[in-house]
Design a protein around this ligand. Sequence first.
Ligand SMILES: *Cc1c(COP(=O)(O)O)cnc(C)c1O
Length: 388
Amino acid sequence: MPQRPIYLDCHATTPLDDRVLKAMLPYFTEHFGNPSSINHVYGWEAEAAVKQARQLLAAAIHATPEEIIFTSGATEANNLALKGVAEAYFQKGRHIITVETEHSAVLDPCQYLRSLGFEVTLLPVQSDGLIDLAQLEQAFRPETILVSVMAANNEIGVLQPLAEIGRLCRDRQVLFHTDAAQAIGKIPLDVEAMKFDLMSMTAHKVYGPKGIGALYVRRRNPRVRLSPQLHGGGHERGMRSGTLYPPQIVGFARAVELALAEQATETKRLNQLRQQLWQQLSQLDGIHLNGHPTQRLPGNLNISVEGVDGAALLLGLQPIMAVSSGSACSSATTAPSHVLTALGHSEQLAYASIRFGIGRFNTADEIDKVAQHAIATIQSLRKQATLV
Ligand SMILES: *Cc1c(COP(=O)(O)O)cnc(C)c1O
């Protein structure tokens, strides 16, 4: 059996931590009850586990348990936030502000809302991937109801100035939503300090299971109204019907609990590994770092490589490392990444890009191996190019 490539695609998904799996297992088997069953112990056990998980997740972001609405992941949470606010507030206004570099799970619902008559302003980003706060200020209109800006970008890892954005929104009584799929557990998130009114989360980017996430929905100062997108049994305070999934919910909470407990040491370790990778790769000419050099997720390194074909580069790297080029989520298409083109890159440079997502289980030895192989691959492709 050939060895599998080193996994460095932690922005696409992360491996499930064994400690998370251990917490989940009893809720598949002996504690299989429906948390909505109020007449017997099976339901009570499941309900107790969900309650504890909800408390833990709420505490992790300085929210209250009632403000956590479980969903199938961040895609659903984003859809609920954007469409739910649009439907509940359209009489107040029909203007939404978001950013060019958002995930498609924000951009596509916004596009859909446009087709219903909403107006959407897409803010550009600066060459470092961060928005310009002055441009945001200018984009507000009397009819603006919502601003949606992601916490951490899934391609270039940049961290937007959330507290400043929150302040601008709160001053104007405009709701602020953030897609924190990449940020939860990795950077401190505080719904009070950052003035979030809605925040999307997911478990599978933080060593938890796939298929579970949540939307934080503020209940006080202001109380956010939301039009449900799934109607049915009235679960989750009527905002999201459907039987809760205790194993996933327990796993989600355990994953966030572990990430928070280890955040300080893990941030330091991942920063070192990223630095180690960048120091080796940047010895080559024509390697560009995409995104702000320090305002970014610790495990993210995104580079563009001059003088090589993007597809050939990825093919050459594949036997040794599992990485992504462009956007993982749109890798079925051959279009260059909308995030890299938003930075002002030429199409060719946006194509020849690699996203390294370093995570909890990567080691310094792996990073050395990856760096050496990437350097050899780039050198060999450049040599071939000059021979043609
Ligand atoms: C992964 C991701 C999503 C989608 O989350 P799912 O839980 O897989 O639906 C949304 N936004 C960002 C920024 C992501 O990285």
